[in-house]
Structure formats: structure tokens, C-alpha cells
Design a protein around this ligand. Sequence first.
Ligand code: ADP
Ligand code: ZN
Length: 600
Amino acid sequence: MLQQVFGYPSFRGPQEAIVRHVVGGGSALVLMPTGGGKSLCYQVPALCMPGLTVVVSPLIALMQDQVAALQQAGVAAEGLHSALDPQQTAQVWSQLQRQELKLLYVSPERLLAGDLLEQLGSRVSLFAIDEAHCVSQWGHDFRPEYRQLDQLAQRFPAVPRLALTATADPRTREDIRERLGLQADQVFLASFDRPNIRYLLRSKQQPREQLLSFLEEQRGSAGIVYARSRSRVDQLTAVLREAGYPAVAYHAGLESEVRRQALEAFRLGSDVVVVATIAFGMGIDKPDVRFVAHVDLPKSLEAYYQETGRAGRDGLPAVAWMVHGPGDIPQLRRFIDDSAAAPEQKRIEHGKLEALIAYSEAAGCRRQVLLRHFGETLAEPCGNCDGCLEPQRRQDCRVAVQKVLSTVFRTGQRFGAAHIVDVLLGANSERLRSLGHDQLSVFGIGSELDRNQWRAVIRQLQSRDVLVSPAEARGGLSFGADALVRPLLRGEEPVDLALPDPTPTGRRSRRAANGAGAEAPGVAIDPGNPLLAALKAWRLAQAREQGVPPYVVFHDRTLLELTAQRPLSLEQLSAVGGIGRAKLERYGEALLQVLSDRDL
Ligand code: ADP
Ligand code: ZN
């Protein structure tokens, strides 16, 4: 089934266990990262079971792509949604009545309105609830329509329900189980690691220049650039266009038609860069997004994971790039404080922000920190993040640490970071003089680092609890546990910290340390390969003709496999991943023709 219809030789991760469980009549919650392969978990059962599988999905664009992809694979699938005209709707209805469909995609409101459920009634063999976190207020995309899905458990107790999400947050997870009546059912948890994504973080100096030099390495690839505000999105879009990128802007302030066009351009192209606020996200099912860049800090580690997870869903190398600096943090804190959320909720959000800050300042492997946050342990450093690839960026800061601790001690363990840095840098300030701090032995002993770098040292000492700032101290720093502080004060051991690059003074430091380092794992994408270019051109023509995104015809991975294996017969073609029986029949001959061109 898997091989014949979808063209894949084997299941991935927990897919097989899930399929068995569902076909055996069990309900379950599936937690799998974006790109993990959730769709197959209900598509394969849908084909194995008698009757109809109903897939609840929140967005029309998502449904359309999935339905198109299934139809290409020769599966009887349709969607019922508001983008259909009355005639199309009638056609889907009659197919339903004639029991011709195996999969029906619907929005939750459509499913529960009218008598659709009564009509389908006893013929439903599975309910799949995609993006199931939409049912929870704890999730990042609550949709009230999802709430009514609790009816399914009551009205169809005998029909298995499969809820799927990429949100791993334990609180959301429990809420989903409760809301959908899945408390007693199995939970399948896949690893949240995305090994093909390379995490690269840079300290924020001149974000625009840094972004341009990063994009230069990505030219010709599709990607997303996230910025915090609408005005920044508009500005950056203009800058990128100026620099020759096919860039489009996306934010909630744009007319819906403009947004639709941006989305369409991104979906159908393979080199479009979307500059967006976080309003751009759900429903981006595009598998060949090669990079996600953040020019502003996201609001939590979950949000970062979610946003970067839109890169490389096809499993090919992709980059999650971010510039971050201390300047972003106060604004994000204020954002949470000023929100209308309940105090308890605010505490949770502050915690999630802290986790992100700790991640961005972590010494060593980023992936280890990221996965630890999701309750997983990665035993070895990953070798595919800036912490692993560029260890020289971390340095032994034991002397700097001694200086900070001495200054905190000599000023009486009650001043905040800004004041401590003033003393270290020997600032010419009336306040320092009036406190007599210009007379201390530590005054002005820190000229080797700049203000930004000293702040980073202090923050990292805070994140290790060497320096603490109890609530009643109002930002004042004091020593943490003796056992943590004493060895550092003596300077006996190396203390590896990540320092931001020095703030450039006047001179512009374009093309900062941005080198991509070692090769990413997996298949490399060589844009210069003429056969690949020919296959892509052929695919684009097919996609245009049918009005579907190119990846619905074939994924990048399939094209890459084709260039590597150069199959010469239909039989050899059918062994390539992603070429099932229907696609072989439909495209086999044409592919062989492209492949047999001797000049490529
Ligand atoms: P999710 O919904 O979890 O984000 P998808 O279901 O869209 O992920 O699958 C992500 C990608 O992985 C798709 O390109 C899909 O074709 C591919 N894929 C899924 N399962 C397999 C498998 N068993 N073997 C090979 N490729 C797979
Ligand atoms: Zn790493």
C-alpha cells in the first residue's frame, strides 16, 4: 500500500505503530514535529479500512494541497469547503452519496453544521483531527470552532478518532486529550529533533546587513524572514526587492487579496522569499522551504521551534538563522506584562521567553538545549548548529567573570546590570561619583569588552544562577549559592561563555562570520546540476498546467533521487521514493524522456 500508492519503501518513526493501532479500531493522540509525516498516519488507514475517513482541517489552503496530492497518487479524495462553487459542491455530494470517496477533508464548522454527519452517519470509519492543538486555549492557535469536536466522541463512540499535532507542550497535550475525549487512549510521541535543520544564531549588530549577507548564500531558494512589526516587514521587503530577491510581504495589515497573492506566489514558486510577521504560519505546508530567518526574537522557545520547523519539511538540508541581541528582550517582557492575560498565564509566558533567552545564549550545542526543553536528551552534540560548527565563538571568560563578580561584591550586591557595567567601563557619571564608585579598585578595569559583551557575560551568569536577582531586589544582582560562586571568584576553572562580536564602531563589518562550515547531512542540493534544472523545469510546466504547486507533482527529494540514480526503465523508476503506481502511469514516460537526454 505504502509503496504502491505513495511510493515509499518503508514507514518512518512511529508511523507503522500508529497505522496498526488505528486500523485495529483504536483512538490516539499523535505528537510529531512538522515534517514528521503525520498525514500518512491517517491516509494509509483510510485506504485499508472500509468506508470513509473524515479529515478535519482548519485551513482551506491545507485541504486543497492535500487533496491535490492524494488525487495525484490516484486516491479518491475530496474537500468540502467554502472555496468550492455550488456545482463543485454538488459534485462532491453525489460522490459521497455514491460512496465513491475514501477521504473527505472538511473544516470543523462545515462538519458540524447542517446534517452532514447524519448523512455520512454509519459509513465513517475514522475521524482524523489535524492541527489538534487548535482545540486548546493553551496552544498557540486556538480556534473556537474546534471546541465542538467534543461531540464526535459522544455521537460516534465506536468510530476511532486520531488527533494529530506538532505542539509538544505538555499542558496543551493534556488539554487536547481532555477536550477530544482521548484521556484513556494511547499517545504516540515522536522525537522532536529535526536533524536536517541547521541552527545558526548570530549576535545582532546590523540586522539588515547581516540578513543580506545570509540571503546571499541562499539565493534561488524559497524561505521565510520573520520580523516583529508590520513596518519592519514592509521595509525589509523593499530592501530585499532592491537587492534582487523575489520578495513578498505578509502581515495582518495587508488587504486579504494581497495576502492571498503573497501566499500563492510563495506556494507556487521555488525561490520566493516571504517577509512576514508571525501572522504568516499555519497552513504553510510547503515542503521545500530552505531557510527560516528571524531578524527579531520570537516570543518563546515554542514559537521559535514552530516557526523554524517550517523549514525543510522534505527532509533535505535547511537553515534556521536568527540574529538576536539584548535589545529585543525588554520589549518582549513588556509585551507580556501589558497583555490582557491572567497573572498565571503571564508567568507561563515569561517562563517560555526565558527558555528562549537561555537557548540563544547557551554555550555548546543548540540542539541539545532545544530538545531538552521538549523533554528529550540528545547524548552527543549534533554537529549541525553554530555551537558545534563554530566552537571558536565561545571563549574562556574566567577573567571577565572574576571582574564581574568582584564588581558586584564591591558595590554591595544591590546594583543592577547597567550599573555594574558602568563601573567596569569606568563611565564618567555623576551617579557613580556620588556613590563613590569611581574610587573602587574595580572602576574601569573592563575596557577589553564593550557594553554589549559585558551584558552578555552577566546574563549568562544569571542563567547559571551564579548571579541572582530576587524579586524584592528590583533588578539588583547578588551572589547565588556559595558553591557556584566561589570557584569562579578564584578563577580556577575555565568558564566558557558565548560573547557577541564587538559592536562595530563606525566601520561597517559586512559579511561577518557567516560561513556555513561543514556540509549538512543528507543529500546536498546542487543548484548547478543541469539534469536537476531540467527536471525542475519539467515539473514546473506540469504544475502550471494543472494549477497545483510543484511539490504536488513531485517532491525535491524525488527529483534529487532521479538525478542520482538516472533510472532508464519504468521498473527502475518505480523504485524511486515518491513514485507510486498512479504517478508512474501518469508521468513515467515523460520522466524517462527528460532523463534520457544525453546532454544533461
Ligand atoms: P507533517 O504533516 O507531519 O508536517 P507530512 O505528512 O506533510 O508531515 O510529511 C512530511 C514529508 O515527509 C512529506 O514530504 C511526505 O511525503 C514525507 N514522508 C512522510 N512519510 C514518509 C515515509 N514513510 N517515507 C518517506 N517520506 C515520507
Ligand atoms: Zn549542535
